[in-house]
Design a protein around this ligand. Structure first.
Ligand SMILES: NC(=O)c1ccc[n+]([C@@H]2O[C@H](COP(=O)([O-])OP(=O)(O)OC[C@H]3O[C@@H](n4cnc5c(N)ncnc54)[C@H](OP(=O)(O)O)[C@@H]3O)[C@@H](O)[C@H]2O)c1
Length: 309
């Protein structure tokens, strides 16, 4: 069984593929043949040691925490009917391995047959963060909301979920993604590669800014001259509002398993679409991390661990 290891904090240079013996599940474990893991900013930022204040993992460690796959064996104390099920789950000991052994967890979710495992993989570190932002900001129908990072793994779900709620959505993006974002549910797009103020001046006034980029300069530009703005960010822990009427909050934390189930259901019925920027064999993890950081990508990059998906 092969796994990916981060052997030091030198980023890609510290990645190694390692072979270890396959292990049978203990009485309380389930064994999952991994299908996909998402390539998250969390992974490539942790790999440089940038997130040691948030991520307890120290080299050598197995990266990634989200995965989808098929249950291949269960311990004596687990339900035998789990075997063969397609699941979305997490392994906080590192998911980037061909087989994951998981103890009891509330987050072992059956993926509906209509949903591909690849699509389900985009929910963790994507749609969940979008839900969290919307909940934290108490977004309601009729509001006008400005979104940064609209084409990203979080942003692409944020646009869709806000549209579902009857919100007027202004999506900040590069021009090449404009039509795609309008199809996803944006009402207006603003090209962040050129002057912002002129473009925003002719649009409805946003009262909420949901930030998935975490760039201080960008927030400064967007907040200037907009005293009505309440800002919520998943990318920036701290930022100083420009005006006493503005507010800023960092958003982080889990969502409930039933909320993941609702998201899976929405993928099954087509109410939500998973944006997958590309899929790479897990041996090409360095290439995948590079690709995921290229400008203009749409949605999440995935690693694949088996050719049978
Ligand atoms: N707090 C939490 O719980 C939590 C959870 C999930 C994610 N996050 C964080 O949220 C951030 C976004 O995650 P993600 O997975 O959505 O990342 P992603 O898929 O890489 O997307 C990032 C998006 O940001 C845009 N962008 C990058 N630099 C920009 C700039 N200077 N100005 C405007 N747009 C810019 C990119 O657009 P272009 O391609 O056009 O450049 C891209 O669409 C990451 O920092 C991640 O660590 C936090």
């Amino acid at each position: 069984m092969e796994l990916i290891q981060q052997t030091d904090f030198n980023g890609d240079a510290g990645i190694q593929l390692t072979t270890v013996p396959a292990v049978q599940p203990t009485a309380t474990q389930v064994q999952v043949q991994t299908a996909y893991t998402p390539v998250l900013p969390w992974d490539w930022r942790s790999a440089t040691g940038e997130l040691t204040h948030l991520n307890a993992a120290r080299p050598p460690y197995v990266p990634s925490y989200a995965l989808t796959g098929i249950v291949t064996a269960v311990g004596q104390l687990r339900q035998a009917k789990l075997v063969g099920q397609r699941v979305l789950t997490v392994n906080f000991h590192g998911a980037a391995r061909e087989q994951n052994l998981l103890g009891p967890t509330p987050l072992l979710l059956t993926v509906p047959t209509q949903v591909s495992l690849a699509a389900a993989t985009t929910l963790i570190g994507g749609a969940d963060a979008a839900v969290k932002l919307i909940q934290a900001a108490k977004v309601q129908a009729g509001m006008t909301v400005l979104v940064t990072g609209s084409a990203g793994g979080v942003g692409s779900y944020l646009i869709q979920l806000l549209h579902q709620q009857g919100v007027t959505v202004i999506a900040l993006s590069r021009p090449a993604n404009r039509n795609w974002l309008l199809q996803l549910g944006a009402d207006f797009t603003v090209d962040y590669t050129t002057t912002l103020d002129e473009q925003l001046a002719v649009l409805p006034k946003p009262t909420v800014l949901l930030d998935t980029v975490g760039n201080t300069q960008l927030l400064n530009l967007l907040a200037a001259g907009r005293p009505q703005l309440k800002l919520w960010s998943i990318g920036l822990p701290q930022w100083q509002p420009h005006d006493a009427t503005q507010s800023f909050h960092f958003v982080s934390g889990p969502i409930w398993p039933q909320t993941y189930r609702r998201l899976l259901e929405q993928l099954a019925t087509g109410q939500l679409t998973a944006a997958i920027a590309g899929t790479y064999d897990f041996h090409a993890v360095v290439q995948a991390r590079h690709a995921a950081q290229q400008a203009g990508r749409r949605g999440r990059t995935l690693l694949s661990y088996t050719s049978q998906n």
